[in-house]
Design a protein around this ligand. Sequence first.
Ligand code: HDD
Length: 711
Amino acid sequence: MESKKTSKKVVTAKDKQLENHTVDYTDKPMTTRQGLKVNDTNNSLKAGPRGATLLEDFLLREKIHNFDHERIPERIVHARGSGAHGYFELYESIEEYSKAGIFTDTSRKTPVFARFSTVAGSKGSTDLARDVRGFAVKFYTDEGTWDLVGNNMPIFFIQDAMKFPDLIHSVKPEPHQEIPQAASAHDTFYDFVSLTPETLHNHIWVMSDRAIPRSLRMMEGFGIHTFRLINKEGKAHFVKFHWKPKLGVHSVTWDEAVKISGADSDFHRRDLWNAIEAGNYPEWELGLQIVPEEDEHKYDFDLLDPTKLIPEEMVPVKIVGKMVLNQNPENFFAETEQVAFMPGSIVPGIDFTNDPLLQGRLFSYRDTQLSRLGSHNFHQIPINKPVGEARNNQRDGHMQTEIPKGRTAYFPNSISAGCPYLSTVAEGGFESYQERIDAKKIRTRSASFNDHYSQPALFYRSLSNWEKEHVMSAYSFELGKCEFKHIKERMLYLIGQIDTDLADKVAANLGMKVPSTIQEPVNQAIGADANVEEQQPSKKKIYLDKSPKLSQANTNFDLIETRQIAVLVADGFHMKDFKTMADALKQKGAVIKLIAPHGGSVTCDEGMEHKVDAAIMTTESVLFDALFIPGGKKSVDALVSKFIKFINETYKHCKAIAVTNEGKQVLDKSEIEDFENDAALFINGTPDDFIGAIAKHRNWDRREKAEKIPA
Ligand code: HDD
C-alpha cells in the first residue's frame, strides 16, 4: 500500500481542472454574492432597534434566500455515500481485447472519483445497515468519461430494469408510516422477494457478511453486467469487471453493526476519510473475466442474466491494473453529492450487451440527474466535467455556465466550417458494436433466465461454517421482523430450495415449519398472458460443487495496515511493555489509540505524559480491531472497574487480545474463562503472535465460547 511516507502524491489532470474551480476564502473579506463587501451579517435592517424589518434589506433577503434553497433531492437509491479522488494505472496493455486508451496506455495515470454507498437508507442513515454497497467509479479518461457503476456484490436482485421501481418501493420504508429506515427487515420487502425468486441470489449475499463490511476499503467491487471489450479490429469479447481490495474482504458481525450504528453511524465514512488523510491510500486491483463471443452459450447460465456470476474457477480473473484513492474531496456537497454517474458513459473499446437490466439503466441515470441536480447542464458541474472539453451543439437551458462562441449551433454548417466536426472511428469517434440482430419484437423473459436456485445454492455451499451461521442468523433476524405468516412461509419454502438444512434452522428460529409446497406460483414477476408453468423457476443444478473464491474465509489475511488497536491505559502504565508492542504494530501500519478512564493525558511509569485518544465514555470496543493492555499495577487497578464491558465485547466479537504482565488482572475480572486455548488471546505473547492474529481478522474458532459472554 502506498503511503505519504513512501510516495509523492500523484496529481492528475482532473486535480488541476478542479483547482480552477476551487475557491479559498483565507485572508479575504466577506462579500455578497454580487461581490459587495459586507460590514454586518448578524443584524437585519430595521425601522428602529425594536422595529419591523424592512423589505429593503437585500442582505437579509440574499442570505435567507440562499439558505432556503440549499438542499437538493437526495438520490432515490444510494443516497448515503462517501467519495474520494484518485487514479487508475494499467499494468500491461490488453490491446488484444480493447482499444480503450485506459486499457492500452500503461504510461497514463487516469484520474478517478469513486463513490461508495448504501442503497436503501436516506442520506443521513447509518453506514452499518445490512445492505448492498454501491461501488461507483468515474474514470476521467483522455477519450471521455467512463463510469463503472457497480456494487460490492457480483449479481443483482432482478433481471429486467422494468422491475427496479418495484424492488426499490418494496425495500424502502413502508409508505403508510415511513418505517423502517435503512433496513430490509420488513414485510413489503419480503412480500416482493418471496414472489420474485430471481431475487434469491442477491438476497443470500445480503444475508451474508458481505452486507456489513468492516470498511469500504475492505470490500470487493463488481461491474455485475456482462459488458463487451472491443479491440482495434472491431472484435468483441464479453467481460465482467472486478475490483479486488489490497486489504482483503472483511466484515463485522451483526452485533457489532448494530452497536456501531449507535456509537458512530459515520463509521465507514470516517474510516475512509482518516485513512486517506493519514496517507494510507486505499487500493483495489481491477480484474477482468474475459469470455470469447463464441463461448456465449457454453455455460449453464445466461451471460446476459445479471442475477448470475461466472465462478472464478470457471473463468479466472485477469488482473490488469490498480486504482489508488489518494485525496479526500474539498467539499462534500460540491463533489460527493453532485457527482453524477451514468452507466451510459462509455468510451471506444468498451460497449454494452443486451442484459435487460443494463439496457434500462442506460436511460435511468441520465434522467435522474435532472431532478437531483436541477438542470440538464449537470455535466458542467466541476466534478462531472470530462477532462477534455465537451463540444457540441447542445445549448442553453438552466444554469448554462459556458459561453459557446460563434453563430452556429447546428450541424451540418458551413458558417463555422463544419465545427465542431465529426471524428472517424480511426480518429477516436465512437461506433456502437455491430451486433447482429434477427428477432421478433416481444415483451417477455428468456427461458434461459429461469434458474433462480443453482447459484444461491452454490454461494451457500461455498461458505465456511462461520459464514453459514451468519447467513442463518441474518435470515432469522430479517424474517423474524416480518408480521405476515404467509410471507414467512413463502420465504422458508424458497430458502429450502437453496438448502434444506438452512431452511430448517431458520424455521426453528421463527417457531415455524418449512412448507413442502406453496399454493400460489412463486413467480408473479411475469406477464398476465405468460405461461405460468413454463416461467416457474427451473430445478436446482450443480455445475460446480464449490467456488472457494466466494468465501471470505479465503481472502487476504496478511496485512494489518490501518487496523485500529485499542490500548487501555491509565496513570502508571508500563512504558516498556507498551513501547515494545506499539512499535511493532506501528511498523506494520496499524493505528494505535490510547483509551483511558478519562480524557486529556496519562502518565506512564517512566513519568512521561501521553495524550489520550479517547476517554472510555466517548468510545466503544466495536470501533476497534484488537485490544492490548500493557502492565503497570496502578494503571491496571484503575482500568479494572471501567473497562470490563469493553474487554468482554472485544472477546465476544472474536478479536485479538494481548495483555502483558499485570494486564492479565483485567482479563481475570472479565467473563473470559479460557485463556489457554485461544489462538488470538496472548498473555505475555510476542508482538508477532499478536500481529498474526490481527491479520487473521477474527478468531472464529472462539465463537461458541464467545456467544456465552453477556455483552
Ligand atoms: Fe442503480 C444509483 C448501482 C441497477 C437506477 N446505482 C446507483 C448508484 C450505484 C448503483 C452504485 C450510486 C451512484 C452514485 O454513487 O452516485 N444500480 C447499481 C447496480 C445495478 C443498478 C450495480 C445493477 C446491476 N439502478 C439500477 C437499475 C436502475 C437504477 C435497474 C433503474 C432502472 N441507480 C439508479 C438511479 C440512481 C442509481 C435511480 C440513483 C441516483 C443516481 O442514479 O444517480 O438512477
